[in-house]
Design a protein around this ligand. Structure first.
Ligand code: HEM
Length: 423
């Protein structure tokens, strides 16, 4: 099919009056033209946009598509896109991707992540205690949703949290779609350089952390020191912006759907299901996963030709009524929520998903237990959503909560509390 001159521009912006929903145009495309041409970079490119759940899985699960952003025809918003170091393996196809990913798979095994849960609960408790000691509206992003995953990933990697302002700044640049290819390459280099300086330090004084174990793999010749640094840099970045934005957006979503909150305060299975539904509903990686066809492939009714670019819209696919009933409703008891595509699908499916799940399962119930009567301190229209970033979220979230009764410090204590009168 030739490119359509009237291909609609691919935009990320979610509607102002429904900021948690995908752009309505794409929901319409999903119904009328599930694989459609869109225009990118001011019409420079017209990749295919995939919006149905089933088609999204077909493309993401197929070895006929490459993630290499330097492939001619790759659907890049900006020119001069680089592939970066191979430690940022999301931009590489197999076998390089598989070799790099394999060095980290043990780190994210469910058993290993489960062992981190008490530490995550402790950090959650400390941050919430800190919040309850502050007066007036408190910015949840600054005091809770950003520091929590940042502290967790720093502990996991063995990186000093004191440097968090530097990590957060580089991570911000990496998700900023308005940053130039040069700025983004510089942020990757800055992170890589800093982490490379830690590799010999870890060799001298090993810790129970990822950098120490990557340094050992470098000693065995599996990877180089630079790989160890870049792999750590990639995790540092991936572990920052994603979960942090998810915590803040989940808070807004739950406050907009208060009848669902008790569901989140149920047993572990109920909480796990609730988190899956929030992941589906919000689908924060909303810039669309980008691929290029390596050969002709037919998906649905369309033949995508070798060399053509494809954008897979996770947030629109996760609202596909063919797969999820009443998809625009938040239903924390939804039976098939776990089949969402918020973590992607196929060989590049999110490596950190057991960690993200553990964080959300611990943090969200605790936030609502410890801060009864939690509410947003400004009108919804005043909340600045991150419309130009690859990962959706909010810049700030001022909140207040009931000052009475005083917040207890242990989760067991908090379960026994009565609902405060100011709810
Ligand atoms: C709610 C939180 C998160 C969401 C929604 C999320 C989402 C995603 C998605 C959609 C992909 C697939 C990209 C693609 O196919 O091109 C991905 C890949 C990845 N994620 Fe996450 N992520 C989250 C948290 C994390 C965390 C906490 C880490 C690590 C600390 C992490 C590490 C990675 C890595 C290493 C990849 C690349 C996998 C590969 O290419 O093989 N993510 N993530």
């Amino acid at each position: 099919m030739p490119p359509t001159p009237s291909a609609p521009a691919f935009v990320l912006a979610r509607p102002k009056d429904a900021p948690l929903d995908p752009p309505p145009l794409y929901a319409q495309l999903r119904e009328e033209q599930p694989i459609a041409r869109v225009s990118l970079g001011g019409g420079r490119l017209t990749p295919w946009l995939v919006t149905r759940w089933e088609d999204a899985r077909t493309v993401l699960g197929s070895p006929a598509f490459s993630t290499d952003p330097t492939h001619p025809g790759a659907p890049n918003d900006r020119e001069g896109q680089r592939q970066g170091p191979r430690g940022f393996f999301q931009n590489f196809d197999d076998p390089i991707h598989a070799t790099m990913r394999r060095t980290l798979t043990r780190e994210f095994m469910v058993k290993r992540i489960d062992a981190l849960r008490p530490g995550i609960a402790r950090l959650t408790d400390e941050l919430l205690t800190g919040m309850t000691e502050l007066n007036g509206p408190v910015d949840l992003v600054k005091h809770f949703s950003l520091p929590l995953p940042s502290l967790v990933i720093c502990e996991l990697l063995g990186v000093p949290y004191e440097e968090h302002a530097f990590f957060q700044e580089q991570s911000k640049t990496l998700v900023d779609r308005t940053a130039t290819a040069q700025e983004s390459a510089q942020a990757i280099a800055n992170l890589g350089e800093y982490l490379l300086s830690l590799v010999p330090i870890k060799r001298k004084s090993p810790g129970d952390d990822v950098i120490t174990r990557l340094a050992a793999q470098a000693d065995e010749g599996v990877i180089t020191d630079q790989d160890a640094a870049d792999l750590s840099a990639f995790l540092l970045f991936a572990g920052h912006e994603t979960t942090a934005n998810m915590i803040a957006l989940c808070t807004i979503t739950l406050l907009q759907n208060p009848s669902q909150i008790p569901h989140l305060l149920g047993g572990p299975a109920q909480v796990a299901g609730a988190v899956e539904e929030l992941l589906r509903y919000l689908s924060i990686v909303h810039f669309g996963l980008r691929r290029t066809a390596l050969e002709d492939v037919t998906v649905g009714d369309v033949t995508i030709r070798a060399g053509e670019g494809v954008i897979i819209s996770l947030n629109v696919a996760n609202r596909d009524p063919e797969f999820f009933t009443t998809p625009d409703d938040l239903d924390l008891a939804r039976a098939n929520a776990r089949q969402h595509l918020a973590f992607g699908y196929g060989i590049h499916q999110c490596l950190g998903q057991p960690l993200a799940r553990a964080e959300l399962q611990i943090v969200l119930p605790e936030l609502f237990r410890r801060l009864p009567g939690l509410k947003i301190a400004v009108p919804m229209e005043e909340i600045a959503f991150k419309q130009d970033t690859a990962v959706y979220g909010v810049h700030e979230l001022p909140v207040t909560w009931c000052p009475w009764p005083p917040a207890p410090h242990s989760p067991t204590q908090s379960k026994k509390r009565e609902q405060p009168s100011c709810m």
